[in-house]
Design a protein around this ligand. Structure first.
Ligand code: F6P
Length: 342
């Protein structure tokens, strides 16, 4: 079979491990011919690709990013998007696509499936917010990086008696903030699911001071927002999927906390550091298992399905289920952990 692979959306540690697994098993196990579309759906629209063989994927397992490149291109933003996808596939004799991505890339995959394109999905995102899978690869790596950063910032916070605000990624879901905050012993954790009360944040910080702890760590997800009307935030532009370009809440909190408490406050924005570099062993193994499941699914003709982690097992679920609803932090989980704040 001739199969095309693509990686879309934000890069994520483990993408190359999926590509390697698909190529290895595709060629050695199934006798397939593989090619990689460049820069996500843009490569399919423009017919831009590279041939993938064992040699092309040698040594990529521990490498971050994606050898195929990525973009946030949405074919459905163009009038003839689906038609152009079908034309490219027919010109190149590609019979199916394995799309590795998050909610946007897989949302497109799901629509294309309904428009008659043979597609299999593989979930990825450091945000860990895709439905129908217990975990996405990339999350574990991002979590390690964020936790290590919090550990390092702790020493400065304590030595200088400062409030240190750490802004981590997480557009709609606070998994990175919550887990790195808990692992790093943060005093305040703010997530997109639950609008925060700045008065309460300052109260927790003051409470620590009153108990002889004149420093605090505040972990905030980039998508966290204040309760309406309580604090001004800066608006930003949007991408092809309509998502705001985030980043800025950490700095706003820095200003607001210092103004309200009088304590020296500094913000650190971790940004793309969380997405870069080598994947953890957990992410490499998960990505490899998902890649192997995807190539098998293609040979089973399981079109419109996505490989997913359910407990310890890799299972196939409909793409539609994966993109129906984001997996966010449940309010009860956040509230239960709140006992550790302050
Ligand atoms: O979706 C993953 C993610 O890392 C989000 O946490 C973040 O909001 C977004 O990508 C940033 O995307 P970009 O690198 O395109 O600005």
């Amino acid at each position: 079979m001739k199969i095309g692979i693509l990686t879309g959306g934000g890069d994520c540690p483990g993408l190359n491990a999926v590509i390697r697994a698909v190529v290895r098993d595709g060629i050695d196990g199934f006798g397939d011919q593989l090619l990689g579309f460049r820069d996500g759906w843009r490569g399919v629209l423009e017919g831009s690709y590279m041939d993938l063989d064992i040699e092309a994927t040698r040594g990529i397992l521990p490498r971050g990013g994606t050898i195929l490149g990525s973009s946030r291109t949405n074919p459905y933003k163009r009038d003839d998007g689906a038609q152009r996808v079908r034309e490219t596939l027919s010109q190149l004799d590609v019979e199916a696509i394995i799309a590795i991505g998050g909610e946007d890339t897989l949302g497109v995959a799901n629509r294309l499936h309904h428009d008659g394109v043979r597609v299999i999905g593989v979930p990825k995102t450091i945000d860990n917010d895709l439905g129908a899978t217990d975990v996405t690869f990339g999350f574990d790596t991002a979590l390690q990086i964020a936790t290590e950063a919090i550990d390092r910032l702790h020493t400065t916070a304590e030595s200088h008696h400062r409030i240190l605000v750490v802004e981590v990624m997480g557009r709609h879901a606070g998994w990175i903030a919550l887990h790195s905050g808990i692992a790093g012993g943060a005093d305040v954790i703010l997530i997109p699911e639950i609008p925060f009360d700045i008065d309460n944040v300052c109260r927790l910080i003051q409470h620590r001071h009153d108990r002889g702890r004149p420093f605090s760590i505040v972990v905030v997800a980039e998508g966290a927002t204040p309760k309406e009307g309580t604090m001004e935030v800066v608006a930003s532009g949007v991408d092809e999927f309509g998502h705001a370009r985030l980043g800025g809440i950490g700095t706003r909190l820095e200003q607001e906390i210092e103004k309200r408490t009088g304590y020296e406050t500094r913000a650190t924005v971790l940004g793309h550091v969380q997405r870069g570099g080598t994947p953890t062993a957990f992410d490499r193994v998960l990505a490899t298992r998902l890649g192997l499941a995807a190539i098998r699914a293609a040979h089973d003709g399981a079109w419109g399905m996505m490989a997913s982690l359910q407990g310890n097992a890799i299972k196939l679920v409909p793409l539609a289920e994966a993109v129906a609803e984001l997996r966010q932090v449940p309010a009860e989980e956040y509230e239960r952990l709140g006992v550790l704040f302050g």
